[in-house]
Design a binder for this molecule. Sequence first.
Ligand code: OGA
Ligand code: NI
Length: 385
Amino acid sequence: MSPALALSGKTREISGNYDSLEMLYQKGVKHMYDNGIEHVPSKYILPAAERPNVNSEKNASPDELNLNLPIIDFAELQGPNRAQVLKSLAYACENYGFFQLVNHGIPEEIINNMVNVSKSFFEMPFSEREKYMSADMSSPVRYGTSFNQTNDGVFCWRDFLKLVCHPLSDVLPHWPSSPFDFRQLVVSYAKETKLLFMLLVEAILESLGLKNREKKTEGVNDDDDDDILKELEDDGSQLMVMNCYPPCPQPDLTLGMPPHSDYGFLTLLLQDQVKGLQIQHEHNWVTVQPIPGSFVVNVGDHLEIFSNGRYKSVLHRVLVNSTNYRISVASLHSLPFTSTVRPSDKLITETNPRRYKDTDFASFLDYIKSCDSKKKNFLESRKLY
Ligand code: OGA
Ligand code: NI
């Protein structure tokens, strides 16, 4: 064990050693955990009011805290019951901002490979992972810890690898080349999730009353909405985020991810069997029960803006625990980085006037760079009232 690690449980007493501790934190929580850390260093300790077990749960029974999210059956959505499923989809996006997607049709092997190759990546020696560290928020590959490790005042208990997935031929040469099958497995997964995302967006436009599959075949023109579909399909952005949450000796003092909403249109999240994701629902933090093989899908800021506030981009966070590693993979999809997101004209009415400013990726980057981990709510800054 290195001297810094031997001391790391007592950070308050060793302020003189601060420089080396800071260097230690920059290496991430996996590195710290592997070296046998026994206490959470003060760098990770949240102010009492922001810790996981305060306030929110005072009146809720344990059942209410384990939220059964609406379940959308993708196979049923593609079948004769589409109209009914579209209603459930609209209900979920309006009232939860989240749903679990089952029967999505992505082969189990592709999903398992994605989870396993993520695990293998984080299991490589730090010297190997470190090659992909970058302070540049728009780099095609970025390995790191916390949220924004150059800015966060308090760190969160999470290491991550972020991969830009489009345009693939440009970004692929920058992706990790080990484990040896990393690129191939992640590409297969990225292609499948992109396809699924497109089919979900089509359903979402339909659920917003912006598109009608049947009318389309009768030759009715839905120009605007075909435009957005085409833009998403041809040049939409896709970001893959692999999250690694090692066991944490004092999980009540810190978070794997602070409350945030997701930038983008939709996020397709794969979580393993270990609980941790919580969403804000009716003023409580409630845990999303993992359903093996399903996706947790959530509305991102861009879809809330596009839907002029009808669909909600909901705050969520991640708890850690003292016994189990947790891995998750989030695939974030949106318009091209160069596009402007604005409420759909058809959803602005006299009774529901425009609620959001025009939004582009540059303003998001400016926001993210300037804020620390306490409040990740870009959307608030885009509201007109
Ligand atoms: C994210 C996210 C949740 C999780 O990557 O944006 O919210 O369970 N992840 O890891
Ligand atoms: Ni998220």
